[in-house]
Ligand binder design. Structure first.
Ligand SMILES: [Fe+2]
Ligand SMILES: [Fe+2]
Length: 372
């Protein structure tokens, strides 16, 4: 998995159009145009590879070696195998559910694939200088490739396929220095874990809402994400500066807020998908955010005060602003006029984000002393 975008000021990703050529001469899946880039769509990352290669892991070498040993075991080697349940499953979805489900598949596939690219590149670039780190990244790239491939096969059930080669070559890459990659990727992995496991457990209790067999795979799948998150936890411990001091406290707050706010706005805008699974998008996100926040306290020096009603009230303002922005975008008209009409909503979003950022955080050592 890979982090959502860093700020919430844009409109939710519009439904992308389906176009492209059939593969080969036989009627096959159509290549799906990647969703138009907005601030809320998954991003592709790059970093300072030389700095990564030079990292001294000594302060937490033993734990990183133990995690690498776990990765070598490759617990999910035989997990992602499609079974007969997939046959005809796509045809059972009504058109509206189908639309939101394809969007979910596309977004997830892009996220997994972007994780694959980053980890793979990391592994390749530091191979000779930092073999332990390189090996860990190679194992994680293996997992993410598997996740992305499995999702892409599901898209093929709907007659669509993401052109991953095109995505690799044409996506814009965002540069983050290593510490920011750690914060963002750690959060993305842990949030991915909580997202997958929450859906899995819900559907275990409500099998009638299991609209597609891919959800049966989520339990083992989320364990991959959990291990990836643990790897970044161990990596940050090996680089104590990343989780100590004033700067790290501010950056951790920023990344927690950016990731939580982005997810909340995006999921509420796509609440129909959660409804199709019998979930309320707001309740689901609240659970995932609370759990991720709690988990993050094991490594981040501070976490957010998600126990305060103010936090949720301000997120709702973001949701309203983004709805208003979408309406302006949908109403058409010349670009300068649109920008003028959007301006107050952008400003309102900025104001809410600043107020959220300024909310007093919770010191992690006071939050969860038992697990630190
Ligand atoms: Fe993944
Ligand atoms: Fe992952």
């Amino acid at each position: 998995m890979v982090p959502p975008a860093a700020t919430v000021t844009g409109a939710p990703a519009p439904t992308s159009t389906v176009s492209g050529q059939p593969v080969g001469t036989l009627p096959g899946p159509e290549i799906k145009d990647p969703a138009k880039d907005t601030i809320l769509t998954p991003r592709f990352y790059t970093t300072d590879f030389a700095a990564m290669a030079a990292m001294d892991l000594q302060p937490n070498q033993a734990e990183l070696e133990a995690i690498c040993e776990e990765f070598r075991k490759d617990y999910n080697r035989h997990h992602f195998v499609r079974n007969d349940e997939f046959i005809g499953a796509a045809d059972k979805l009504d058109p509206e559910t189908r639309r939101v489900f394809v969007e979910f598949l596309e977004q997830s596939c892009t996220s997994e694939f972007s994780g694959f690219l980053l980890y793979k590149e990391m592994s390749r670039r530091i191979k000779t200088k930092n073999p332990l780190l390189a090996e860990c990244f190679a194992h994680m790239a293996r997992d993410e490739a598997r996740h992305a491939g499995f999702l892409n096969k599901s898209m093929a059930d709907f007659g669509l396929q993401l052109d991953l080669g095109f995505l690799t070559a044409n996506k814009a890459y965002t540069y983050f220095k290593p510490a920011y990659i750690f914060y963002a990727t750690y959060l993305s992995e842990k949030i991915g874990y909580w997202r997958y496991i929450a859906i899995y457990r819900h559907l275990e209790k409500h099998p009638e809402s299991k609209i597609y067999p891919i959800f049966n795979f989520f339990e083992n799948w989320c364990q991959d994400e959990n291990r990836h998150g643990d790897f970044f936890d161990a990596l940050m411990k090996s680089q104590p500066k990343t989780v100590n001091g004033l700067a790290s406290r501010l950056w951790c707050r920023f990344f927690l807020l950016a990731v939580f706010a982005t997810m909340y706005v995006r999921d509420v805008a796509r609440k129909e998908f959660y409804e199709a699974l019998g979930l309320d998008a707001r309740q689901y996100d609240k659970y995932v955010i609370e759990k991720t926040n709690e988990t993050s306290a094991r490594i981040f020096p501070v976490v957010l005060a998600v126990n305060k009603p103010e936090f949720w009230r301000r997120l709702e303002h973001l949701v309203d602003n983004n709805e208003a922005l979408s309406k302006v975008a949908a109403s058409g008209g010349p670009a300068p006029l649109q920008a003028l009409r959007k301006l107050p909503h952008w400003a309102a979003n900025g104001y809410q984000m600043v107020r959220l950022f300024l909310m007093a955080p919770i010191r992690s050592d006071r939050f969860q002393p038992a697990v630190r």
